[in-house]
Design a protein around this ligand. Sequence first.
Ligand code: PLP
Length: 406
Amino acid sequence: MVVKQSVNELAIFSGKPLFDDFKSTSSLYQPELSKFLQYSKTFFDSRHYTNNGPNVRLLEQRLAEFHEVKHCIAFSSGFWAIALTMKELALPNKTEILMPSFTYRRMADITAWVGLKPRFCEVSADTLAVTYSTAKDCINDQTALILGVHPIVNCCDVEGLQRLGSEQGIPVLFDSVESMYETIAEGKIGSFGDAECFSMHASKLLNGCEGGYVTTNNDQLATALRLKRSYGFLGQDNCVVSGGLNAKLTELHATMALANLDELPQLVAANKKRYELYRTLLPSVTGIRLLQFDEKFQTSYKTIVAEFTDDWPFSRDETVVMLNAEKILARSYYSPALHQKKMLYPACEAELPLTDYLCKRFALLPCGDFIRDEDIRQLIELLQFLRENAEQIKSMNLAGDNHGKK
Ligand SMILES: *Cc1c(COP(=O)(O)O)cnc(C)c1O
């Protein structure tokens, strides 16, 4: 099958999109309905809908076992898991959280919510993540917390950041949303630093519709977080500790997450098949490089990230526009970088030339439960077509004002 006969058939020039329905980059995995219903019965029959119900407790226990860690505390979202943990861990009377700029879009917003300022540091070109030395350059007398964020493919320098934290006497938090399933040389992700945070949003590996959780070996931190997520009520007398709010996970969300947790191995096996097909086919497109998972360790193969190198005839942004028009929801990978955004709240100025360079080069390609092998084959053919016809496409004023017009 030929995906396009001529350049005029490209959707960007008003041709029919390659796909009828959108091809997403989200996981969106669904468990067996029977399994979901089976777990539902527990809370439904006991009419225990929220406030530390049976399924939330079971989920926390299962996740603590999964991550080989002492405590797991569930939250209504990854956002609140991260925000409340930041607040607990940040050193008093210090103002900055050290974090990468080339990272999750909302990270600076979460920091602002906590009343602290992001101090953006560089990443390594090899891992696209923070390392001991990139973080060390940004430590100062205002550093309240080091936030290591795992990149989408493979992990950040866990050992290095832990070492930096203990050398400097600064707590270390990991955003491990993208590395829920991973292991590293030192063991399973979930037990490192002072705590690690995860999301169970529907687009993530473990789909709880919404939700998040924190893992830690620190008893005091676990107790404090359990209090804070539930208004800070201390027992029956309703004496309230400060900073509490309602960030509890409901039984319904825990039920979805439990059903999906049972099926993680199947989900990962399907991810791996998709990844392997990309790895086989993508080398036929000169100028696009697949980021490879480190298979020495356990990995989820969840997200497909590609680099558009200097050999590719279009910019990453031009490519994403063309793919989006074909109903391929490719997304630029962490772009713009956080330090490049105009913020309405305090942030520290930063000059990060490597981040400026990297954030123009990567995009996520379709993956997750809705993507079939045939979709991947067609996408690769389309990319080949774009490459072969680059001259003509560019001459038709790709960036000009004829979008959507013939
Ligand atoms: C999605 C995400 C979050 C936030 O999780 P929510 O549950 O959506 O609030 C935090 N960090 C990273 C890296 C994420 O991808």
